[in-house]
Design a binder for this molecule. Structure first.
Ligand code: ZN
Ligand code: FE
Length: 513
């Protein structure tokens, strides 16, 4: 039964009993029906009225509030009740472990207050130089790339000598089984030939190179300023043992609500909220809910306005402010002992170019009024009980899926692995992912995360790569016309929950009633 139906039943029951709710009482019932059963509450209220010497015709808000207070579970009450609360009859009282532990959340990196670009040509130059220098530094930490030389030096080497360079890919073309690549560093550029007779493995590496990616090339100096490729070395992430929380606290990782869209799955999202409150699911599910200390939303809270052609037809709410007001109504139901972290996505009302600052208050006032939260930029890094989480909406996953071999929209985990190997969140420049020319490249993956969480593709996938947990958190939106055209089948309404003590992931499906 949907929330609306439950509310309807509660109202019908009240009228049938000969009473009416005034406006404030109805609003209160509507609000509380997200976390409580409105029918049980009205049954209890009417039982109380029946016992009164003088029965009112209208039921007001304060009477309902009092009734709710009387039916609270034992532990939440200041003094013990005389009889067990009827609303929880036949059900164990929900006691959240997470309520009794302190949050441990540090914001390690957030671009929000560091954004200062004006978009001049000089800034673009500075941006690319910074990208190159940062990734070169990461590459140089590798034993096999330590002795790389500048391109200018490699060009001066004698023919047939071994050389290693670090460069940014600026051109790539394949012809007659050979691949020609152009690499650039801060002073020079060079053409690298991948001949037909290299091993399959090296050929596959060359094919998977992305434009604007910075890698190390091991080669033989040929004639005419040409290098003959022998191998390619990605900056990559080292194999690591992830940090773990000392206590069993969990993080619920979600993204892509798309509130305002006709396809927003309100019923399923309400189940998720009910579940967080210990009011949905079996004993095991409720036990998991009680350990959730962090709720993380990786962008696209709303569907936005004017994001794609023809969007108006697919919108239920056509005003951005109203869309955020709806989100506010949902997130205010998230238990107050949990910490909420949000970042913007490409549908949110923040600037579209990476790095995106936190969603500005002027568009999302109701959101900020709804509850305490960490509203951060995209991308950002936080630590939860020392477990480092890299949070990124995932726009560039589109670009990767479009060009990388063996990667599709249905396999965002593979695209995310490629980002880790590239040590960059948006290696391809100038496609669908706009990047602002900040003097520092915020999209270089400097710190190796324990968890890498992204969304955007609407397909839930989890994987582990060299000790880093990769999670793409799906969505809360049914298949759109655009996705249908693209042949993308989303997996909405399923939530990955990470146990920060063990790094194990449990998924809970809220689409099955
Ligand atoms: Zn989305
Ligand atoms: Fe998105």
């Amino acid at each position: 039964m949907s929330e609306g139906e439950r509310l309807q039943r509660a109202v019908s029951f009240t009228i049938a009993a000969g009473y009416q709710l005034n406006k404030e009482a109805f609003e209160f019932l509507n609000k509380i029906s997200k976390t409580e059963d409105p029918l049980s509450l009205m049954e209890e209220a009417i039982r109380k009225i029946e016992g009164l010497p003088e029965k009112p015709l209208f039921i007001n808000r304060s009477f309902l509030e009092e009734t709710v207070k009387e039916t609270l579970p034992e532990e939440e009450k200041p003094s013990p009740p005389v009889s067990p609360p009827p609303i929880l009859e036949g059900r164990k009282v929900f006691r959240a472990y997470a309520k009794d532990v302190d949050a441990d959340l540090k914001v390690i990196d957030d671009p929000t207050d560091k954004i200062c670009t004006t978009g001049s040509v000089e800034e673009y130059l500075e941006y690319f130089q910074d990208r190159f220098k940062r990734i070169k530094k990461i590459l140089r930490r590798r034993i096999d790339a330590k002795n790389a030389m500048p391109i200018s030096e490699a060009l001066k080497s004698t023919v047939n000598s071994k050389v290693k360079i670090i460069g940014m890919v600026t051109e790539k073309r394949e012809s007659k089984g050979r691949i020609f690549l152009r690499f650039e560093d801060l002073e020079a550029s060079v053409t690298v030939l991948v001949p037909q007779n290299v091993s399959k493995e090296v050929m596959a590496k060359a094919r998977s190179l992305l434009l604007d990616q910075v890698v190390c090339v091991s080669a033989i100096k040929g004639r005419n300023d040409l290098l003959i490729a022998k191998d390619f070395i990605w900056p990559d992430v080292p194999q690591k043992t992830p940090h773990k929380a000392p206590i069993p606290v969990y993080a619920a990782l979600i993204s892509d609500l798309h509130v305002g869209s006709k396809m927003f799955m309100e019923k399923e999202f309400n189940r998720f909220v009910l579940w967080l409150n210990g009011k949905f699911g079996n004993e095991n599910m409720r036990n998991i809910a009680g350990h959730v200390k962090y709720v993380v939303i990786a962008g696209d809270l709303v569907d936005g306005i004017g994001i794609y052609p023809g969007q108006m037809k697919e919108l239920m709410i056509k005003d951005i402010y109203e869309q955020y007001r709806e989100v506010a109504k949902l997130i205010e139901q998230i238990p107050d002992y949990t910490e909420l972290i949000i970042i913007p996505g490409n549908h949110d009302a923040a600037r579209k170019a990476l790095p995106q600052p936190a969603i500005p208050r002027k568009y999302a006032e109701p959101l900020y009024e709804a509850r305490r939260m960490y509203s951060l930029g995209n991308p950002c890094t936080v630590s939860l009980h020392e477990v480092e989480l890299l949070l990124y909406h995932g726009r560039s996953l589109d670009d990767i899926a479009a060009v990388a071999p063996n990667v599709s929209f249905q396999t965002p985990d593979k695209a995310m692995k490629l980002l880790l190997q590239s040590r960059h969140l948006a290696p391809i420049y100038g496609e669908r992912t706009p990047i602002a020319p900040e003097n520092r490249d915020f999209t270089v993956i400097e710190r190796v995360p324990d968890i890498f969480h992204a969304g955007h593709v609407h397909v839930l996938k989890c994987d582990t790569y060299r000790g880093t947990l990769i999670v793409n958190s799906g969505a809360w939106q049914g298949q759109t016309e655009y996705q249908k055209k693209m042949g993308l089948v989303p997996t909405p309404g399923i939530v990955p929950i990470v146990n920060l003590q063990t790094m194990q992931v449990a998924t809970i499906n809220f689409t099955a009633s």
